[in-house]
Structures are given as structure tokens and as C-alpha cells.
Design a protein around this ligand. Structure first.
Ligand code: C2E
Ligand code: MG
Ligand code: MG
Ligand code: MG
Length: 275
């Protein structure tokens, strides 16, 4: 009886694993095809000066419109792309598209800084730096209009290779920011040693709770204080209410992003905000 149960459970898990594997393989094929057919799109979420409400930048976020009119979100395919090694070609597409878009926006004096997300695997891939610099050259982009957002796991590796890679990128004038700060494992010592320009307070500390107020004012204040001490720019993510906005201004946070300010939008809609 006991043996039979174990067997059944085993069979059940094998079946589930097989399903998962099948889905992963299908998704991999779909992503490859999606790249070939140029199906991906970038949306842009504004970053505002919290005191004046002025647009200072925007973050590019990948979107995958589907034939049926629905939208596939990054959390549904970025993790798979990461596992399957597709994050490199996908990430290169993002870099190219961001630079192409920036080239178009450069004509305007109020052209915002455009940030894009880079996964640790993409950062560590051999061609990353050269393809980034090539795109910057190809589209004639002033490097200080570009910012890469890296999560803390990209900073855990403090090997000489990784450090000098980040330093090279900074030397070129491209900005670097730490995304989702406060959720990972980076220590304060690294924070001081890393060649970064800004810190993004994770949305969980801003609107993670249910109320209208900052969900974790203590940590939010501490990160703002820390950033100021290290002369880093500080950005609050995930502002969903007027109260959160007001409290952030009170605490001295200068830049913010969130659904209460603006949702991510197609490029043409962002153009209208500053052209
Ligand atoms: P992230 O870089 O931390 O981006 C912020 C996410 O929070 C975005 O979700 C944005 O739409 C969402 N968000 C912004 N304001 C609010 C708010 O007020 N409330 C709530 N609940 N959410 C808000 P999205 O676009 O679904 O992206 C999710 C994650 O996927 C990103 O987190 C980033 O880690 C990753 N991602 C997106 N685009 C790319 C990409 O081009 N390359 C890579 N490697 N990762 C990407
Ligand atoms: Mg980001
Ligand atoms: Mg974030
Ligand atoms: Mg995030």
C-alpha cells in the first residue's frame, strides 16, 4: 500500500515536470520567433521630479503584444529567457531599440534620460559592453542620456572582472542604477565601492502595504538618508497614492515613478509629455 502511494506520487511529479518542460520549450520557440518577427515592443514609464512634477527620465519596459490583442508581461517570459540563454539576444534588441528611440528624441532639449533593465546574465555575457557601446555610437547617443538598471544580484559578484566592467561603463559616461534596492543581498560596503549614480527604492517599501501611506516609512527614510550621504540620486518606485508622494517629498526623495504618476506607455505617448 505504502509503496504504491510513493509510486503514484512519483508518477504525478514526473508528469508535472514533463508539462513544465514542455511549456518551457514552447516558450523558448515562441520567444525566438517573436524576435525574428519583431513582435516585441518597449513601453516607457516616466520618472518625475517629485517637487515640481517635471519629467526627468523614463524607464523602458519590454512588452509582447499577442495576436489576440492581449499583452504578455515581462514576468511571464523574462525568467524563461534568462534560463534558456535567450536573454542575450532579447537584451540586445532592447539596447538597439532604446538607442534608436533616443536618437529620435534627441532633437528636443528636454530629452529625458532613458533607463533600461539588464539582467545579471546579460551583463556578464562576453559581448555586452561592446554591443552597448556600438549601439551608442551607431545612433550617436550622448552616453549620459542612457542609464542601465541592475538589481542587487548583479553587484554581489565583486570580482575584479565585474567591477572593472561596471567601471568601464561608467567611464564611458553611461549611468548605472541599482533597481529594487533593499530586497537583495548587497552590503553597504559594496554600495560605497560600486560605480553607481542612483538607487531605486523597491516598490515594496513604498506601496507594498494596503493603506494609502508608505508601507515602510522607516526603511524608505533610511535608504534616502543613505543615498544622500553617498551623494547618489534616489528614486522611489511604485508610488500609488498622493499620500505616498507627499511623504516621499517630506523625507527628501527627489525623483519618483509609479502608477499614481504615470503608467508605462508607448513611445509616442511619452513623446507627447515632453515635445
Ligand atoms: P522593474 O525594473 O523593477 O520595473 C518596475 C515594474 O513595476 C514594471 O513592471 C512596472 O510596470 C511596475 N510598476 C511601476 N509602477 C508601479 C506601481 O505604482 N504599482 C505597481 N504595482 N507596479 C508598478 P513590468 O513592466 O511588468 O516589469 C517587471 C520586471 O520585469 C521589471 O521590474 C524588470 O525586472 C523586468 N523587465 C522589464 N523589462 C525588461 C527588459 O527589457 N529586460 C530585462 N532584463 N528585464 C526587464
Ligand atoms: Mg527597472
Ligand atoms: Mg524596480
Ligand atoms: Mg522589480
Amino acid at each position: 500500500e505504502c509503496k504504491k502511494k510513493t509510486f503514484e506520487r512519483c508518477a504525478f511529479y514526473t508528469d508535472e515536470l514533463q508539462q513544465k518542460l514542455k511549456r518551457a520549450i514552447t516558450l523558448e520557440k515562441e520567444i525566438r520567433l517573436g524576435l525574428q518577427n519583431n513582435e516585441f515592443e518597449l513601453y516607457y514609464q516616466p520618472k518625475l521630479d517629485l517637487r515640481t512634477g517635471k519629467l526627468v527620465g523614463a524607464e523602458a519596459l519590454i512588452r509582447w503584444p499577442q495576436a489576440d490583442g492581449s499583452m504578455r508581461m515581462p514576468n511571464e517570459f523574462i525568467p524563461a529567457a534568462n534560463k534558456m540563454g535567450l536573454i542575450v539576444p532579447l537584451g540586445e534588441w532592447v539596447i538597439d531599440r532604446v538607442c534608436q528611440q533616443l536618437h529620435f528624441w534627441l532633437g528636443h532639449e528636454a530629452c529625458p534620460v532613458i533607463a533600461f533593465n539588464v539582467s545579471p546574465k546579460q551583463l556578464k555575457s562576453p559581448g555586452f559592453k561592446s554591443s552597448l557601446l556600438e549601439a551608442v555610437k551607431r545612433y550617436n547617443i550622448p552616453p549620459d542620456r542612457l542609464e542601465i538598471e541592475l538589481t542587487e544580484d548583479a553587484f554581489i559578484d565583486t570580482s575584479a572582472v565585474n567591477m572593472s566592467l561596471l567601471e568601464d561603463i561608467r567611464q564611458e559616461g553611461i549611468r548605472i542604477s541599482i533597481d529594487d534596492f533593499g530586497t537583495g543581498y548587497s552590503s553597504m560596503r559594496y554600495l560605497k565601492a560600486m560605480p553607481i549614480n542612483s538607487i531605486k527604492i523597491d516598490r515594496g517599501f513604498v506601496s507594498g502595504g494596503h493603506g494609502e501611506h508608505l508601507s515602510d516609512p522607516t526603511i524608505t527614510q533610511a535608504i534616502i538618508f543613505l543615498s544622500k550621504g553617498l551623494s547618489l540620486e534616489v528614486i522611489a518606485e511604485g508610488i500609488e497614492t498622493q499620500e505616498q508622494w507627499d511623504e516621499l517629498v517630506d523625507y527628501g526623495c527627489t525623483i519618483g515613478q509609479g502608477f499614481f504618476l504615470h503608467r508605462p506607455m508607448p513611445a509616442q505617448d511619452l513623446s507627447r509629455l515632453f515635445f
